[in-house]
Design a protein around this ligand. Structure first.
Ligand code: ZN
Ligand code: ZN
Length: 257
């Protein structure tokens, strides 16, 4: 599996990054590449086109319906409907209400078949080519899911690999479930311990480190840092709690598991 960070700015787009969007790719035995996009936040459909043609996306997996995670579903709908090589069609997995949210973002109630919407069922695996995605409900200010993605490994002598993505979440059982023993954990760290963080919404950098350490993740990539946070402070705080390989996400980062 290959993971590309398309956008990783927390809560709002930043000067150097769109809001949350990550591309997961895997090849099947016949050599066809399958593509799943994790979240499609504000401004992300632009940079996504550096890495693939949106007509080639097999599925979009939405963690929750805040704009920094789903706003560009409207842009995707337009791209799929109006591109001269289309019309295209993709599956969108998301919380209950995702279809209505897309209508709201588009300002229209006339649906086309560009997007087929499927609501997450907690813990029920979804198959997209060689990829299996399992969503677990997590604690946030609105209904939200974290995801675990399993697929073929591209590393020598490995059969399968796992990636987890927190979406937006505070410490909870769902987060521990998706992260358990994964090769790479893409985990939000919206706050620092010194911030006046509201309970039950987001992780601090220290909490992200503790969750990843308890889950025995091989590698932690902290993400969803707001533009006003210094990534070096985040790194120092996470490193005090996590002993594995650690990075702060940046646009264009490419991870192979
Ligand atoms: Zn967010
Ligand atoms: Zn959120």
């Amino acid at each position: 599996m290959r993971l590309t960070v398309v956008g990783c700015s927390g809560s709002v787009p930043g000067p150097a990054s769109a809001a949350s969007c990550y591309l997961v790719e895997a090849d099947d035995a016949a050599g066809r590449t399958w593509r799943v996009v994790l979240d499609l936040g504000s401004g992300s459909l632009g940079p996504l086109q550096r890495y693939c043609d949106p007509l080639e996306i097999d599925a979009v997996a939405i963690s929750h319906l805040h704009p920094d995670h789903c706003a560009d579903l409207a842009a995707l709908h337009t791209y799929l409907s109006h591109h001269p090589d289309g019309p295209g069609q993709t599956q969108v997995y998301g919380p209950f209400g995702t279809a209505a949210r897309i209508d709201e973002l588009r300002g229209k109630r006339t649906r086309t078949d560009a997007i087929i919407n499927v609501a997450w069922q907690a813990g029920a695996p979804v198959h997209v080519g060689p990829l299996t995605i399992t969503a677990q409900p997590v604690t946030h200010s609105v209904p939200a899911y974290a995801m675990r993605i399993e697929g073929p490994s591209e590393l020598p002598a490995r059969g399968s690999a796992t990636i987890a993505y927190s979406g937006d979440a505070d410490v909870c059982e769902g987060l521990a479930k998706v992260a358990a023993g994964v090769d790479a954990f893409l985990c939000e760290a919206s706050f620092l311990e010194a911030d006046d963080a509201p309970e039950g919404t987001h992780l601090t950098a220290a909490a992200a480190g503790r969750v990843a350490q308890a889950a025995a993740c091989d590698r932690l990539i902290v993400t969803h840092l707001p533009p006003w946070t210094d990534p070096n402070e985040t790194l120092v705080e996470v490193a005090a709690h996590f002993s594995g390989r650690l990075d702060v996400a940046r646009p264009g980062m490419h991870i192979v598991v």
